[in-house]
Write a protein that binds this ligand. Structure first.
Ligand SMILES: [Zn+2]
Length: 441
């Protein structure tokens, strides 16, 4: 007797990530939102009685991409202030604009806009850091996207919270409220060593250990940040965090551009993870992370888009290709970050950093069905010798045709299923007019 299934997908190739490589003429069987089986297509039809079967000829089916660092709501600041270095960009443009406009409505609209862009581009999970994370969480749930919500902490007041204690209290309360949502998980998100005091880091470290949550923070993004830390604390930021006991397998350091050999050793020794954001590092002229050296030392690495204000795309296919090329160019080693490793970093390794690798990140029976179909039909993709190579060096987000999160269809033939593009565009235009009015006042 045949076993029941909700859906059988029949792509030309399954690229499971675990193990490396591509499986031709295989089926992926989905039941109750999880991957039930991966097996030869002929065997699937004999073994399963599916409510629906979808053929995906010429397509590669991959695990949903995991954006390991972003500020989703900042999609509303896309192109607001370009061609500036980090501290000028933050102090003179981004922070004043946020101070005036950031609210629950801004975060709701910006997060929905970002979720639409990410889902359409094959990103099914993101690790987010922004004000009003509860509102962001509600927007991610509305979009049906998986997210790790950053319980953001800063020392200075914002429309969201008054001081570090208030940020922490609000973060803990929202986690209590949303912790049973299967698509949501949580991380402490102290903004950066230059915006967080030792005592606050200490509290966060204790809470993260008690609750078993990751700590997600910007680290060694610019050379100036390191000089300022030496002046203020007599220590480089990573050294300071190491002394405070923050480095460990739950630590996700974003950027890690200006790291010396000793610091790479420190990150590796403590089992830390790095969110590499190559476009943002280049656009703000912060620099290029030493990816080949980090990986050679054994540091686990995923890719992030950062916010749309410093990228200006939330395009993980773009980050994957750029990361693979930069790793080679910067190290002088064409074997650095090969295609299979880049795809793994964008999926399973990023999921591991978020402690979600038992649930997502590869196409393996038992995991949740977060899946993306990528069309390799186009003339610009011909011929296909190796689909894994094509996914990194040839394909772009425009080739994504179907996306499932937790077994639910979110993108159908390039059309968003649950989100209305016209409505999102109207909301973006509304916020643009508010920012322009501010600039004229
Ligand atoms: Zn960032």
């Amino acid at each position: 007797m045949k076993a029941p299934a909700d859906l059988i997908l029949l792509p030309q190739w399954v690229v499971p990530v675990e193990p490396d490589g591509a499986l031709a003429d295989h089926a992926v069987v989905i039941q109750d939102g999880r991957i039930l089986d991966v097996l030869p297509a002929a065997a699937a039809e004999a073994r399963y009685d599916a409510a629906q079967t979808l053929a995906l000829p010429g397509q590669a089916l991959i695990p949903g991409l995991v954006n390991l660092h972003g500020h989703a709501a900042m999609s509303l600041l896309r192109g607001f202030a370009d061609d500036l270095p980090l501290m000028t960009w933050l102090n003179d443009h981004i922070w004043p604009a946020e101070k005036q406009h950031v609210s629950e409505a801004f975060v709701r609209d910006g997060t929905l806009l970002a979720a639409a862009e990410m889902l359409a581009g094959g990103v099914t999970t993101c690790n987010d850091m922004y004000f009003f994370p509860q509102t962001a969480g509600e927007a991610f749930l509305q979009a049906g996207m998986r997210a790790t919500l950053g319980l953001i902490v800063l020392e200075f007041p914002s429309a969201y919270a008054s001081d570090a204690d208030d940020y922490l209290a609000k973060g803990l309360a929202l986690r209590d409220e949303l912790k049973d949502e299967p698509l949501l998980s949580f991380a402490f998100a102290p903004h950066a060593p230059y915006t967080i005091a030792d005592a606050t880091f200490g509290r966060i470290n204790t809470l993260a250990e008690q609750l078993g949550l990751p700590i997600h923070t910007h680290i060694h993004e610019t050379a100036d940040e390191i000089q300022d830390s030496l002046k203020q604390y007599g220590l480089r930021p990573l050294e300071r965090l190491a002394r405070l006991g923050l480095l460990g397998p739950n630590f996700i350091g974003v950027h890690a551009i200006h790291v010396n050999d000793a610091e790479i050793g420190l990150l590796a020794q403590h089992g830390c993870h790095v969110a590499h954001c190559p476009s943002s590092g280049l656009k703000l002229a912060s620099g290029i992370a030493p990816v080949a050296r980090l990986m050679a030392a054994g540091v686990n690495l995923g890719f992030g888009t950062d916010g749309a204000a410093s990228n200006n795309r939330l395009d993980l296919f773009g980050e994957m290709r750029l990361a693979a090329l930069l790793a080679k160019g910067a190290s002088g080693d064409a074997a650095a970050l090969p295609a299979a490793a880049a795809l793994k970093a964008a999926t399973l390794d990023a999921a591991r950093a978020l402690n979600l690798d038992s649930r997502i990140g590869s196409i393996v029976p038992g995991k949740r069905a977060d899946l993306v179909a990528v069309d390799l039909h186009a003339l610009s993709s011909q011929p296909v010798f190796d689909p894994v190579s094509h996914l990194v060096y040839v394909a772009g987000r425009e080739h994504v045709t179907h996306v499932w999160v937790d077994g639910t269809l979110k993108l159908n033939n390039r059309c968003l299923v649950d989100l209305d593009p016209d409505d999102l565009a109207a909301r973006a235009a509304y916020w643009r007019s508010k920012f322009i009015a501010q600039g004229q006042s």
